[in-house]
Design a protein around this ligand. Structure first.
Ligand code: 6R9
Length: 578
């Protein structure tokens, strides 16, 4: 490969990982804590490790968080601020009567309280459940009900949404509202937040063990409602070490992870990884515009940037000239996750920023990066890279046996254990067990491995829709659609989209007495936007008389999808007769 097609990260030479081959040969997970600079015999509490420990090592005064609000107000928090305010949260949660192991949701925009409340909850031994602020009533209700969530930390604006579903969530005792202003509190609602709280100098953290549950992250599958992947305090060496070696964070870096903590990337690499290493990070609340993002990099001097292909494609649309109007020379290392990173995007970023995006592959369930492009490694644009040291990955054939032949597609699988692997799907034991076969964790993705051991993503093995890096389950959309008065039945699929990779398209059969028209289409779209989220909203609705089904009555999304993508329809032998 020539220079143009095989970019190398500038971080090579003095990268944290150093000699990659030696690392791969010698690495053992039982040395990971030491390697990541974490105390070996404990404490294991993540909240403590990301705050108090950094202060104890002499970095209390160092800036931990530079926060820029949606209206571009800027606030800075030192590690000591994080420590003392998360203590205040820990004490508050404990005084409220919340017990270790109780689920507590955080449901708000990317404000400092989200980050600090999250750490405070971990300190108190609570199981923190991050939820996107864009979630509508139904999306929220499902997650709160399934988890039996006891308390939720939210903002004034979102409190109204919670009120609407409160009586359907019997376990939900406390709604904690930050900065409620003149809001008339209802029963079970109370105000708390860093704006009014006294920072607390000491708080006795819950003595977490490595297996103590820490975070519950909901993720979408093909069937059923979203499942809650449960993680533990012992996960941290995986996040810390991948942050150190893949993102190459060093003590003077200014790191920006563009992900929201509602998505696992925003917790593993927007909270745990960077702060456990004592690195300063930028959080930018509010919407995306090309200028706002470039200004943030320029004005704050971002050095390491972890983002997603959809955002990169939006930046590409503005062209190299767009990037040229800003001083982006502070950037030294770039990485991406969430969807396939197009080869063009890797090459483009080399031209626009003078360095390539390094693709990383992982999942909510894996908790940390599994297949990565390490700094200094030859990048093959379009490939996800190679397994992280200590990770064994393979592609499996139909019998779930590893395929030896290069370039032959199969299901991507990873061999457990590793510290950050999920320990359960909350109350979905069977679904959890079905993910492990022949000693492998099955990822649900299709991939192949080339003759040099590079992994290439081929597509998903299931019907889950990946829109802008966010997974949406078709079943979630279809069951929500049934709540609309005009819908008899429906099928939701991902349709190709230049920027978001896929967007949701719904095929809808109407109840008798309803006529397809634009007004009805808009009404159905809005219905889903409000009930689930803007991401889950179908961008297109096709009205049909009936849906293709198997003889056993299952909707054949595969058929609808193949038509939409211009692919071979494949085996239709199980299709229902006309
Ligand atoms: C971290 C995260 C996981 C699914 C995964 C795959 C897709 C993630 C990717 C990628 C191609 C990459 N995915 N990274 N596809 N190339 N580098 O995204 O977690 O929300 O659980 O999604 O996303 O399909 O299985 P999650």
């Amino acid at each position: 490969m020539n220079e143009r097609t095989a970019p190398r990260g500038k971080a090579s030479g003095n990268s944290n990982i150093g000699d990659i081959d030696a690392r791969r040969r010698e690495f053992k997970w039982n040395r990971a804590r030491q390697e990541a600079g974490l105390p070996e015999g404990g404490p294991f509490n993540i909240g403590w490790l990301c705050t108090d420990r950094i202060c104890e090592s002499g970095s209390g005064e160092k800036t931990a968080l530079i926060w820029q609000s949606s209206t571009d107000e800027i606030k800075r928090f030192s590690f000591d601020d994080l420590r003392r305010y998360s203590n205040a949260y820990g004490r508050y949660f404990t005084d409220l009567g919340l017990d270790p192991g109780d689920r507590v949701a955080v449901f708000m925009d990317r404000t400092p309280d989200l980050y600090i409340g999250f750490l405070g909850g971990l300190k108190a031994g609570l199981v923190m459940q991050p939820l996107f602020s864009a979630f509508g009533e139904e999306a929220l209700e499902q997650r709160l009900r399934n988890a039996g969530t006891r308390a939720i930390l939210t903002s004034r604006k979102l409190a109204f949404r919670i009120r609407k579903i409160r009586d359907k969530c019997p376990a939900l005792e406390h709604v904690i509202i930050i900065e409620p202003g003149d809001l008339q509190m209802k029963e079970g609602e109370q105000a708390f937040g860093i704006a009014d709280a006294e920072p607390l100098d000491s708080f006795t953290c819950y003595e977490a063990k490595e297996e103590t549950p820490s975070i519950l992250h909901y993720t979408s599958g093909t069937t059923g409602q979203p499942k809650g992947a449960l993680h533990t305090h012992g996960s941290l060496p995986a996040q810390a070490l991948t942050t150190k070696w893949v993102l190459d964070l060093k003590k003077d870096d200014l790191y920006w992870c563009t992900a929201d903590p509602g998505w696992v990337t925003g917790t593993s690499y927007g909270i745990l990884g960077p702060w456990s290493l004592g690195v300063t990070q930028l959080v930018l609340d509010g919407g995306f515009t090309v200028n706002r993002w470039y200004e943030a990099i320029q004005n704050h001097g971002v050095t390491v940037w972890y983002s997603a292909p959809t955002a990169i494609r939006m930046l590409m649309k503005e062209g190299i000239e767009g990037a040229g109007q800003f001083d982006l020379s502070s950037l030294r290392h770039l990485a991406s996750v969430g969807e396939p990173l197009n080869p063009e995007a890797v090459i483009w970023s080399q031209e626009a920023y003078g360095r390539p995006f390094h693709d990383t592959w992982w999942q909510t369930e894996t908790g940390a990066m599994m297949v990565t492009n390490l700094p200094g490694m030859e990048i093959r644009p379009g490939s996800m890279g190679k397994p992280f040291p200590g990770i064994t990955a393979a592609v499996l054939d139909e019998a779930n046996k590893p395929i030896d032949e290069p370039n032959k597609p199969g299901q991507l699988a990873v061999r457990p254990p590793w510290p950050s692997i999920f320990r359960a799907y909350w109350e979905r034991e069977e679904a959890y067990k079905s993910k492990f076969v022949n000693g492998w964790y099955l990822t649900g993705d299709q991939a192949c491995i080339d003759e040099d051991g590079y992994f290439w993503f081929m597509g998903r093995d299931d019907d889950v829709i990946n829109t802008g890096g966010h997974l949406v389950g078709p079943f979630e959309i279809e069951s929500a659609l049934l709540g609309h008065e005009a819908v008899a039945e429906s099928a939701a699929i991902g349709k190709p989209d230049k920027v978001n990779m896929e967007v949701v398209k719904a095929f809808v059969a109407l109840k008798a007495g309803f006529e397809p028209n634009r007004k009805l289409e808009m009404s159905i779209m809005n219905f889903i936007r409000k009930k689930l989220s803007p991401l889950a909203m179908p961008q297109e609705i096709e009205f049909v008389d009936k849906l293709p089904k198997t003889r056993s009555g299952k909707i054949m999304r595969r058929l609808l999808r193949a038509k939409e993508w211009g692919e071979e329809v494949g085996d239709t032998s199980t299709l229902e007769d006309d």
